[in-house]
Write a protein that binds this ligand. Structure first.
Ligand SMILES: Cc1cc2nc3c(=O)[nH]c(=O)nc-3n(C[C@H](O)[C@H](O)[C@H](O)COP(=O)(O)O)c2cc1C
Length: 173
């Protein structure tokens, strides 16, 4: 799968099969996060791989908007240092790289940002200097992925040369 195909076909998935994901895929996912660019190459993030059922259960308990994580095969908690400029931009890129790498290997994923910070800190020994800002859950998707992305048309989102001017691209250019 090339990069454009991965972007075109990847959907957010919140229901997973019981089938275990290999350590090789988990390593590839974390390696993708490690290789992601960050502002001033600060690499302020830290990643916690959660793969034991007890850890997955604790994630569900400490979640506000991601109860579905209970069905994931494994998860990655992304922590960062709040206050750094554009730190959430960096985190978003690392998350996207992890999700696309997994998807290339047939492993689907979903993310949530709603976490009970104090409870999560305690459950996963996260130091005060770091904030857990997003959790990504991974697993083989349950059923066939027939979903279609609900996105606005390009004509509504992108313009040519100046805001509001219709985008016309010459296919041969
Ligand atoms: C910054 C961000 C925060 C999100 N937070 C949550 C969340 O808390 N819980 C959740 O289930 N999905 C969350 N999502 C997933 C979005 O709902 C999902 O990407 C969107 O519905 C598009 O899904 P699709 O690609 O399957 O069409 C989040 C996505 C992003 C980019």
């Amino acid at each position: 799968m090339d990069a454009a195909e991965a972007v075109r076909t990847k959907l957010e998935v919140r229901e997973f099969k019981q089938k275990r994901v290999s350590s090789d895929v988990k390593r590839d996912v974390l390696e993708a996060a490690r290789l992601t660019q960050s502002s001033m190459n600060s690499q302020h993030w830290r990643f916690i791989l959660v793969q034991e059922p007890d850890g997955i259960r604790r994630l569900a308990e400490t979640s506000v908007t991601g109860a579905w994580i209970a069905g994931a095969d494994f998860a990655v908690i992304v922590c960062t240092t709040p206050g750094k400029s554009v730190y959430l931009f960096d985190v978003g890129r690392a998350v996207q790289d992890m999700q696309l790498t997994a998807w290339d290997r047939g492993v689907a994923s979903g993310l949530y940002t709603g976490v009970k910070q104090p409870e999560m800190r305690e459950a996963f020994d996260i130091p005060e200097s770091l904030s857990p800002v997003v959790v990504v859950g991974f697993g083989y998707p349950k059923g066939r992925l027939l979903g279609k992305k609900k996105r606005k048309p390009l004509s509504e989102l992108a313009f040519l040369e100046r805001y509001g001017k219709a985008l016309e691209l010459d296919a041969k250019a």
